[in-house]
Design a binder for this molecule. Structure first.
Ligand code: MD6
Ligand code: FE
Length: 184
């Protein structure tokens, strides 16, 4: 991951419309990368700063995806979110993907964080759980469109990634499967 981040350096996305910067820094691995700028959220094949294609998804993540989802199709996007001290992620749904039948898998590394998850409506009640380094979250089935976010990171709770803090790697299918999951 560190080698790939040298090829595709972290960038600071901004909110659509307002242009307010996110508190997390991002990069991507795989054929499609999730980006956000004043024009909106979307998937792009190239890095917005270097203009180069995203580095390939590390094999260990491809293997983990296959093991957890049972899908033969590999993830198309490995979004890297890096949380320094004070960074957070507002309550959101992952719904920029046409492949809403596929689960989303995330791997947390480094410092711990307080993850909050609710239901498919923003007003649904939420529960909070602490994610530690190595924890994996799968949002699939009824939970695919659950609202979720990161309320806080526990800075220097882990020594795995000095200088980075917390990293969350989110694996996603973006384009619809040739053979949709329903009907298999
Ligand atoms: C984070 N995670 O853990 C934010 N999305 O930093 C997500 O936004 C997320 O953990 C979809 C599926 C799993 C996740
Ligand atoms: Fe998410």
């Amino acid at each position: 991951m560190r080698a790939h981040l040298e090829a595709a350096p972290l960038f600071q996305p901004v909110m659509p419309g307002s242009g307010r910067p996110f508190s997390v820094r991002m990069s991507n691995f795989g054929p499609l990368g999730w980006v956000s700028d004043r024009a909106g959220y979307r998937y792009e094949p190239c890095h917005p700063v270097t203009g180069r294609p995203w580095p390939p998804l590390p094999e260990a993540l491809r293997a983990l995806w296959g093991e957890l989802t049972g899908l033969a199709e590999p993830p198309e996007c490995g979004l890297v979110n890096v949380y320094g001290p004070g960074a957070r992620m507002g309550l959101h749904q992952d719904r920029d993907e046409a492949a809403l039948d596929c689960p989303v898998v995330s791997v947390s590394l480094g410092d711990g964080a307080l993850f909050r998850i609710g239901g498919p409506r923003r007003r649904d009640p939420t529960r909070s759980l602490r994610l530690a380094s190595g924890d994996v979250v799968v949002l699939g089935g009824a939970a695919r469109l659950a609202f979720h976010g990161i309320d806080r990171v526990y800075a220097v709770s882990c020594r795995l990634l000095p200088g980075l803090g917390r990293v969350n790697l989110t694996l996603r299918r973006v384009t619809p499967l040739a053979r949709p999951l329903r009907g298999r």
